[in-house]
Design a protein around this ligand. Structure first.
Ligand code: SF4
Length: 478
């Protein structure tokens, strides 16, 4: 069977990790969707799965592609003809989408897997491109495209620029279960990585006042939310320039842990240089802070890191990982990696592979570098797509092997899982995430949704673990 690799979705400034949105649910009809399919039976099956996901987040099938609110093109790369057809349809959809700004357009399937950069270049009106192994991310990407559009509208108002939006409406991840919610705590970024447009589009770093965040989380918890994910471009540099004085991120975590009814706190994404001892101690000592860190590496080579203007070194990154593992044994660590950054030599790419081997990340979002107009790196001489793609394949092969090996070490171990709902593929199985951010499937009925259960892992997969429940649920959501 062909290997399946994660590829980069078009959205670069991801506010919401797609993996965390697997349990999106909606009981109200929010619009319509249409999946256009080319290719083999596998694609037909994948399209059916996409339809199920779309229904779960409140979209009904549309009578035709042109009137759908969400259009998904499930592409095929076996021959040139279906590829040409897909590009031709993308061309036809450009003026339609221009006249319907609320339309969301995603490209999935084999062509998306192999030619993401080209799709991005030839069809900039596409909202996201997602590979064959990433179908479960589609609800999250659709949601993200809709949210980003709403935020963009707000943030583009001149009087908002530089402002911190407070008193945000409560936004649940799962509208039905209210189990998990995202809470922005910081906007903009001061880091100016040479590949990233965020500091230009979202302005300089601003933090929300602590009590404003606490109030929002308390409201969420009172409505039944058990887990919050704190969002910021460099979330752990939270707390500078606040009227109340500097508030370290760790202090915010401890403060939020006092919120009654809240069980779990996650955050994304921390910046390596700003990862300090007090945060590591909070992960160790605060039971509500989950034992998982998503720590973006980007490259394992110091010259590349300098060229990206990442403000840490390979050794600095490795020492944070060592300290995390020493202080919090068993912690889950995931990362982001860019391959094919301008000027990256084979040796420098191999330095990244070495770090991946050494750290053994639980998982990674692996991206092919693609120039963003308006960023310094876009002006540099670019590597060819073939080189970048070959490196992505090599890296993904290594990371996938490591992920499976790590998941295998969980077999026979007990894990605490917050039950989010039935698995979309098999309704007799429930799914949820462990404290270490492992996706876990186990047999059970819907009455367990919203509860925290202890399970024992019995089988490892690339995506997570299959388990059996061993202890009765400890809590029920409101
Ligand atoms: S840290 Fe770098 S990559 Fe992240 S938002 Fe800031 S500039 Fe962009």
């Amino acid at each position: 069977m062909a290997k399946r690799y994660p590829i980069e979705p078009i959205v670069s400034d991801v506010l919401i990790r797609p993996a965390e949105l697997a349990a999106l649910r909606s009981s109200t009809v929010r619009g319509t969707f249409f999946v256009q399919t080319w290719g083999c039976q596998m694609n037909e099956e994948d399209s059916e799965q996409m339809g199920l996901y779309m229904r779960q987040i409140g979209f009904e099938p549309a009578a035709s592609l042109r009137e759908a609110h969400v259009v998904l093109l499930n592409t095929c790369s076996v021959r040139k003809k279906p590829e040409d057809k897909a590009f031709s349809l993308l061309g036809e959809l450009a003026p339609i989408k221009a006249g319907r700004p609320d339309m969301v357009l995603g490209v999935c399937g084999c062509m998306a897997q192999l030619r993401a950069d080209e799709i991005r270049r030839r069809a900039p009106h596409v909202d996201f491109v997602v590979g064959t192994a990433q179908i479960a991310q589609i609800p999250g990407l659709v949601e993200e495209a809709l949210q980003r559009r709403r935020f963009a509208k707000r943030l583009h108002l001149p009087e908002r620029k530089g402002a911190v939006v407070t008193d945000l409406p409560v936004r649940h991840v799962g509208r039905k279960t209210k189990l998990k919610a995202f809470v922005p705590i910081q906007y903009g970024c001061d880091k100016f990585c040479t590949f990233c447009i965020v500091p230009t589009t979202r302005g300089r770093e601003r933090s929300r006042p602590t009590e404003d965040i606490v109030e929002e989380v308390a409201k969420l918890a009172a409505q039944g939310t058990r887990e919050v994910t704190l969002l910021g471009q460099t979330v752990n540099s939270y707390g500078k320039n606040l009227a109340e004085g500097r508030v370290p991120f760790s202090r915010l975590l401890w403060r939020l842990a006092e919120v009654e009814g809240l069980e779990r706190i996650r955050y994304t994404s921390p910046y390596p240089r700003d990862f300090r001892a007090d945060l590591i101690e909070a992960i160790r000592d605060c039971p509500k802070v989950m034992e998982h860190v998503h720590l973006p590496l980007q490259s394992g080579d110091d010259d590349m890191l300098r060229s990206m203007r990442r403000l840490y070194t390979r050794e600095g990154f490795l020492s944070i990982v060592d300290e995390l593992r020493r202080t919090v044994p068993g912690i889950g660590i995931t990362t982001d990696i860019i391959v094919g950054f301008p000027g990256e030599t084979q040796e420098q790419f191999e330095a990244t592979l070495e770090v991946v081997e050494r750290v053994r990340f639980d998982g990674a979002f692996m991206f092919i570098y693609s120039p963003r107009p308006g960023t310094p790196a876009a002006e540099l001489p670019q590597l060819t797509y073939e080189v970048k793609n070959a490196r992505l394949q090599q890296l993904a092969e290594l990371q996938n092997r490591v992920s499976v090996e790590i998941n295998q070490t969980y077999v026979d171990r007990e894990m605490e899982v917050l039950v989010e709902g039935p698995s979309p593929k098999n309704p007799t199985m429930l799914q949820g995430f462990s404290r270490e951010f492992k996706m876990v499937h186990f047999p059970g009925d819907a009455s367990l949704v919203g509860m925290t259960v202890i399970v024992r892992a019995i089988e490892a997969r690339l995506w997570g673990l299959i388990a059996q429940p061993v202890v009765s649920p400890t809590r029920r959501s409101l």
